[in-house]
Design a protein around this ligand. Structure first.
Ligand code: MN
Length: 722
C-alpha cells in the first residue's frame, strides 16, 4: 500500500516547491472521511486514493492534480459536498474532483463501435480541464490492478470498458505507459484462458530473453562508446496484448513470434538519433521495409521516434526504437508531459494551457508537413475531437447521442424515432422543463415528453438543426396536406353529385367509380379525391366521366351593362380561384377560393377556413365573418410571394355629378392598368353621383395607388373599398 510520505516524496522530487500543505490536508480529509470503509480487497479504502495519487505522481502532474486524486471519491462516497471542498481546497481542486465524479457516472452500455467512439469523444469534449481525464485514467488504472478482488458480471463490464474506452483514450492522449498497462489488465479479464496460456509461455522464455537483452545492450553500448555517443539502452519483453494481437493477426503460434523483445536507445539530440541508427545498421543487417521515421512524420498524438528492425546477434529479427529523452517523455506520458510542473514557470489557466499546447502541437506538425495528406487528415480529426462542432448528450438511460452544435430537444426526439418526434410535446434537460427551441449542451441528460394530441407544424422546421428531423417533419406535413386535400376533394365531389341526385356511395356500388378511374387514368379513389381537392382535377371532368350524357351546359354569365364610355375597358373575366396564389400551410396545391364578402387582395392579411362543401375560403383577416368561425376550422394561409394575379375588388366612388367625370375616371383606370369588370353609375338627387366599380387589381398596393389617384382627381369626393 502506497503511503502519503511516498506520494509527497515523489511529488517534491520533480516539483520541489509543490504545495505539500495542500496535498497533506487533502490526504487528512480523505483519510478521515473514508474511515471505516473498505475496498473489495479488504484493505482500508484510503489505499485506493493513495494509489491513484501515486499514479498521478508517476505521470508527474502538479500538486493540484495530486490533491484532487486523493479527494476524488469523497464527494461520491462520503457526506462531503462539493461546496465544502471548494471552500477548503479552492476552485481548481473542486472542479477536478467534480469532473472525475461526473466521468465516473458515465456508463458504457452499448457494444457498438460507434457508441465507444462517441463516448471517447464525449469524454474529451466534456473535460474542459484535461487533468480530469488524467486523474480518471489514474483511477481506472488502480481499479484494474485490483479488479481480481471483485466478482460477478461487473468484472467483465469494467474490463470491456477499459479495453474499449479507457485504453484507446490513453492512446489518443499519447500516454503509452498507461495505455499498455490498461490493455494487459483488461486482456487478463476478457480472455482469461488465452491470458493464462500466454503468461506461462512468456515466463518460460523470460530467462533466456533476459540473457539476450544483456547481450544486445553490451554489444550496442560498446559501439556507442566507440562513436562517442552518450546514450542509454533499454530492452524489455513486449506487452502481452501486443504479442497476442500479433499471433492472431498472422495466425501463428507463440513459438513463431520472434520479436518478443523491443529495444530502445535514448540520446540527447535528433542528430544523435540518426547517428545511433547508423551504428545499429552497421552492427546488424537491417530488414528492408521496416524502417519508420516518426521524427519527420510524428504520429497523430505527437509521438516521435525512429523505428527499425534488424537481424540480431542470433540471426533473429529484433526491433529497435531510437529517440531523444524529450521524445521519450512525450511517448510515455503524452499529453501529461505538457502538464508537468516546470520549475520557474508559472502554470497558466488550465483551459488556456490546453489550447496553447494543442495549438503548438498542431502548428509544429503543420509546419513539418505542409503538403502531407496525413497531417491534413490528422488536423481534421483532431479538430473534430477537441474543438468539434458537436454536442454529446445522454438519454435518461445513459446512451450517448451526438448532434451538431445548436441542435435542440426536437432533433433529439426525432433521432429516437419519428413517432417520438411527431408527438413531442415538451422536453426536460437535466430535469428542468425547457422550450423545444433550447440548444442542448455537452453532457446534458435529455428527456422527451410526448402527447398523443401533439403534431408537427410548419414552424417546427425552424426549431430543428438536423437534416433528418427536417425531412421527417416535411414528410409529416406533406402527408397531412394530402389528407386535407382528400377531405376537400370528397366534399366538392359529393356536392356536385348531390345536385344531380347522386352520391359517391351509390356510384361506387354500381361500379361506376371503377369505370371513371379507368377513363381518367387515375389509380384509385383516394388519388381521385386528392387531385380534386388539390385543384389538379376539375369536378366537371369527373362528372362528365360519370355521366357523359349529362354534359354540363355552361351557364352564360351576366352581361355587363353597356355604360358607353366604359364598354371598351370592361373585360369579361371569371373571378374566383386562381391556383397557386395562396399557400395553405406553405403549399399551393389545395383548392382555395376568395370570399366574396371581403375580396382579399395579395398583400392583405388573410386567413382561411375549411368549408366542408367548397374547400378553403380565404378571407381578409379583418373580415367580420371570420370572428364567427370556430378556431379549429381556421387554417394558416399566406400569399404566394411572386405571383401577382388579377384579383376582383369592388370600390365605391362618390363624385360630383358633372360632365367629364366618367372620362376623368377612365383615364385614371387606363393609366394604372386597371381593368374594369363591371360598373354601375347613378346620379343622386343632391347633385352627387355614386359609382360602383368591380375592377381587377394586382394586389393591395395596386389598389392603394388606384385609390390615391382617384382621390386626387378633381370632382371626386371619396373612394372606398367595399
Ligand atoms: Mn476511485
Amino acid at each position: 500500500m502506497a503511503t502519503i510520505e511516498e506520494v509527497l516524496a515523489g511529488l517534491t522530487k520533480y516539483h520541489p516547491s509543490a504545495d505539500t500543505g495542500l496535498v497533506m490536508r487533502a490526504y487528512e480529509l480523505a483519510a478521515a472521511k473514508h474511515e471505516g470503509q473498505a475496498r473489495a480487497s479488504g484493505e482500508p479504502y484510503i489505499s485506493h486514493p493513495l494509489s491513484v495519487a501515486m499514479n498521478v505522481v508517476e505521470l508527474r502532474l502538479d500538486d493540484v492534480s495530486v490533491a484532487a486524486a486523493l479527494l476524488h471519491d469523497v464527494v461520491e462516497d462520503t457526506d462531503i459536498r462539493l461546496e465544502e471542498l471548494e471552500a477548503m481546497f479552492g476552485k481548481e481542486v473542486a472542479n477536478l474532483v467534480d469532473g472525475v465524479t461526473k466521468l465516473s457516472h458515465l456508463q458504457f452500455s452499448s457494444k457498438e463501435e460507434m457508441q465507444a467512439e462517441n463516448f471517447r469523444k464525449m469524454m474529451l469534449a466534456m473535460s474542459k480541464d484535461i487533468r480530469v481525464v488524467l486523474v480518471k485514467l489514474a483511477d481506472r488504472l488502480h481499479n484494474m490492478r485490483t479488479l481480481g478482488f471483485k466478482t460477478g458480471p461487473s468484472v467483465e463490464r469494467i474490463a470491456r470498458e477499459t479495453m474499449e474506452i479507457y485504453a484507446p483514450l490513453a492512446n489518443r492522449l499519447g500516454i503509452y505507459s498507461v495505455k499498455s498497462d490498461l490493455e494487459d489488465l483488461a486482456f487478463r479479464y476478457l480472455e482469461p484462458v488465452a491470458w493464462a496460456d500466454l503468461t506461462q509461455k512468456v515466463e518460460r522464455v523470460r530467462r533466456e530473453h533476459e540473457r539476450f537483452i544483456e547481450l544486445v545492450k553490451n554489444m550496442l553500448g560498446e559501439e556507442l562508446r566507440a562513436a562517442n555517443i552518450q546514450g542509454e539502452i533499454d530492452g524489455r519483453m513486449k506487452h502481452l496484448v501486443s504479442i497476442h494481437r500479433k499471433m492472431k493477426a498472422q495466425n501463428i503460434p507463440f513459438e513463431e513470434v520472434y520479436d518478443l523483445v523491443a529495444f530502445r536507445a535514448l540520446v540527447d539530440t535528433v542528430n544523435e538519433c540518426w547517428h545511433v541508427l547508423g551504428v545499429v545498421h552497421q552492427l546488424w543487417k537491417p530488414i528492408p521495409g521496416r524502417f519508420r521515421d516518426y521524427i519527420d512524420l510524428p504520429k497523430p498524438n505527437g509521438y516521435k521516434s525512429l523505428h527499425t528492425a534488424v537481424m540480431g546477434p542470433n540471426g533473429e529479427p529484433m526491433e529497435i526504437q531510437v529517440r531523444t529523452w524529450k521524445m521519450h517523455e512525450v511517448a510515455e506520458r503524452g499529453i501529461a508531459a505538457h502538464w508537468s510542473y516546470k520549475e520557474g514557470t508559472k502554470a497558466s489557466a488550465p483551459e488556456q494551457e490546453r489550447v496553447r499546447m494543442l495549438k503548438e502541437l498542431l502548428d509544429g506538425i503543420r509546419e513539418l508537413h505542409k503538403d502531407s495528406g496525413d497531417s491534413k487528415e490528422f488536423l481534421a480529426s483532431m479538430k473534430e475531437d477537441l474543438f468539434g462542432d458537436e454536442v454529446f448528450v445522454f438519454t435518461p438511460k445513459g446512451d450517448v447521442k451526438v448532434f451538431p452544435r445548436g441542435a435542440t430537444p426536437l432533433d433529439f426526439a426525432y433521432q429516437i424515432h419519428s413517432e417520438v418526434g411527431n408527438h413531442c410535446s415538451g422536453a426536460k434537460i437535466n430535469g428542468t422543463m425547457v422550450p423545444l427551441s433550447f440548444p442542448m449542451h455537452n453532457g446534458d441528460i435529455v428527456q422527451i415528453l410526448t402527447s398523443a394530441n401533439q403534431k408537427p407544424s410548419e414552424d417546427w422546421l425552424s426549431l430543428v438543426h438536423t437534416g433528418g428531423a427536417k425531412a421527417k417533419i416535411r414528410s409529416y406535413l406533406r402527408h397531412e396536406r394530402r389528407e386535407m386535400s382528400q377531405e376537400v376533394g370528397r366534399a366538392v365531389l359529393e356536392k356536385q353529385l348531390r345536385r344531380k341526385g347522386l352520391s359517391l356511395k351509390s356510384l361506387t356500388k354500381r361500379g361506376d367509380l371503377e369505370r371513371v378511374l379507368t377513363t381518367l387514368g387515375i389509380p384509385n379513389e383516394e388519388e381521385l379525391l386528392v387531385r380534386l381537392g388539390g385543384g389538379r382535377l376539375q369536378p366537371r371532368d369527373v362528372l362528365r366521366a360519370f355521366m357523359p350524357e349529362l354534359d354540363e351546359q355552361t351557364q352564360p354569365g351576366e352581361e355587363p351593362k353597356d355604360e358607353g364610355i366604359f364598354s371598351e375597358l370592361i373585360r369579361k373575366i371569371t373571378p374566383g380561384t386562381s391556383p397557386g396564389t395562396v399557400l395553405v400551410g406553405g403549399e399551393g396545391d389545395i383548392v382555395t377560393h376568395f370570399a366574396h364578402c371581403c375580396s382579399p387582395l395579395p398583400g392583405d392579411r388573410i386567413v382561411g377556413f375549411v368549408n366542408r362543401s367548397r374547400g378553403i375560403s380565404v378571407h381578409r383577416a379583418t373580415c367580420p365573418s371570420v370572428a364567427d368561425v370556430s378556431r379549429d376550422r381556421l387554417v394558416d394561409v399566406q400569399w404566394d410571394k411572386g405571383t401577382k394575379g388579377h384579383r376582383l375588388v369592388k370600390i365605391k366612388v362618390l363624385c360630383l355629378d358633372q360632365a367629364g367625370m366618367l372620362a376623368a375616371m377612365s383615364n385614371v383606370f387606363l393609366r394604372l392598368g386597371v381593368n374594369i369588370v363591371s360598373a354601375n353609375c347613378q346620379g343622386n338627387r343632391d347633385k352627387g353621383a355614386t359609382n360602383f366599380f368591380e375592377v381587377l387589381v394586382e394586389d393591395a398596393e395596386h389598389l392603394k395607388r388606384l385609390q390615391k389617384a382617384l382621390e386626387s382627381t378633381s370632382g371626386i369626393l371619396s373612394v372606398e373599398r367595399v
